[in-house]
Design a protein around this ligand. Structure first.
Ligand code: DGL
Length: 289
């Protein structure tokens, strides 16, 4: 039987994409649209969402565990579809896997500053992202041309995880977070968390037509294509790569919400986490050596 060349075999491997929860589906959709021939494995760390208010060491442990689980499933590249995980742990990941293409997220401060006519930019993100050295470095590098007002948004990730994208509680929370930015005349609003694009209709309604909302999902999809191309890893096959969805939580509990945000029926599988409590070491109720 014909054995594919090792490089050819590698090109056929899927790309691993992960987030603390379902927010990264907003990024996955852009990657899938841009690279429909690539196989994609999406992992949500639903058992540990949200990351935003967790200590740095804990976020690093979780990122490493989820990344290793995806690598165990044979991915050729990783996309950290979470601003908090990128800000906190992408350097560790790159140090551990120097030859693996690893693409992360960062709040779109640069495009926001470039397009703000009022020279006033707002950034919505988690506490984890805003306190990170990586984000502060980004501000120093690109924030100079405008006044950048940062707004932590605790609780918002949980609203999206529950699929509450437009009810009164979510609206009141968002109003509270947007108010100081709008009062300060911000005309460019950065979505610094991959959960927030699911709230764009509400954000646009509350912020009004004068404010542009910046989501870095499309830029990340372009970056994924660029990096895979550099490594000679684009699949190059004109057959749909297929997408598999995993969660570190109970698939039965999360399936409906995945389908709701993805917009299509899907099969949600258990992430085979080797550092998890009960996955690798148990099979059919028996301990495996
Ligand atoms: N989607 C993650 C991000 O982009 C959410 C972080 C969290 O779980 O708090 O930051």
């Amino acid at each position: 039987m014909h054995q594919p060349h090792p490089m050819e075999a590698m090109r056929r491997q899927p790309i691993g994409v992960f987030d603390s929860g379902i927010g990264g589906l907003s990024v996955l959709a852009h990657i899938h649209r841009r690279l429909p021939w690539e196989g994609l494995l999406y992992a949500a760390d639903s058992a540990h969402v949200p990351y935003g208010d967790k200590p740095t060491a804990e976020i690093r442990r979780r990122v490493s565990t989820v990344a290793e689980a995806l690598l165990g499933l044979g991915v050729k590249a990783l996309v950290v579809a979470c601003n908090t995980a990128t800000a906190t742990a992408i350097q560790d990941l790159r140090n551990h896997h120097p030859h693996l293409p690893i693409i992360g997220m960062e709040p779109g401060v640069k495009p926001a500053v470039a397009q703000s006519r009022a020279r006033r930019v707002g950034v919505l993100a988690t506490n984890g992202t805003l306190r990170s050295g990586r984000f502060n470095h980004l501000l120093e590098r690109y924030g100079g041309g405008a006044e950048v007002i940062v707004q932590p948004c605790p609780g918002l990730v949980e609203r999206v995880e529950q699929g509450k994208l437009g009810d009164g509680v979510t609206e009141a929370l968002l109003r509270r977070y947007l108010e100081p930015l709008l009062e300060n005349g911000v005309d460019s609003l950065v979505l610094g968390c991959t959960h927030y694009p699911f709230l764009i209709p509400l954000i646009e309604r509350l912020a009004g037509p004068e404010v542009s909302v910046i989501d870095t999902g499309p830029a990340v999809a372009r970056q994924v294509e660029l990096r895979l191309n550099e490594h000679g890893l684009l699949s190059g096959r004109h057959v749909s790569g297929g997408i598999r969805f995993f969660t570190s939580g109970e698939p039965g509990r999360h399936q409906a919400m995945f389908e709701c945000l993805w917009g299509r029926p899907l099969l949600l599988e258990q992430l085979p986490e080797s550092a998890g409590v009960d996955l690798t070491f148990q099979k059919a109720g028996q301990l495996v050596e």
